[in-house]
Design a binder for this molecule. Sequence first.
Ligand code: FES
Length: 136
Amino acid sequence: MGGSVGLAIVGCAGSAARWNPQAVSVGEGGLVELELKDHPPLVTPGGLVALRPATLRKPVLVQRLEHEEVRVLSLRCPHLGCTVRWDDVAQLLVCPCHGSRFDDRGSVLEGPAKQALPVYRSEMSGSTIRFWVPEQ
Ligand code: FES
């Protein structure tokens, strides 16, 4: 799904210090539905928002890509489970606990994490974004 885009930070995404994921409800089958009007940064390719689905202990990062594509990454660090945050200066994801770094696709750039951030299935249709998270 989708290529890499330069992630321009808009709206509430901001720097790691201002990271404050908004809670979202999770429907049947782990479905999360978003309307673009409720998440303005996702209107423009390169925008992103952090959200906290009700069934997860850690937030996710929703990235608007080119065309009608999105990418949704878990922000649970695969090393020991800390919350990874977007650094809008470095344009990558950083774990505050032991310094692992990940690119915007979730791939490991620097350990100690050895695994990529999980990517959740997602789609965009018109003004609606859908993605599916575990129902734990
Ligand atoms: Fe993220 Fe250790 S928990 S690097």
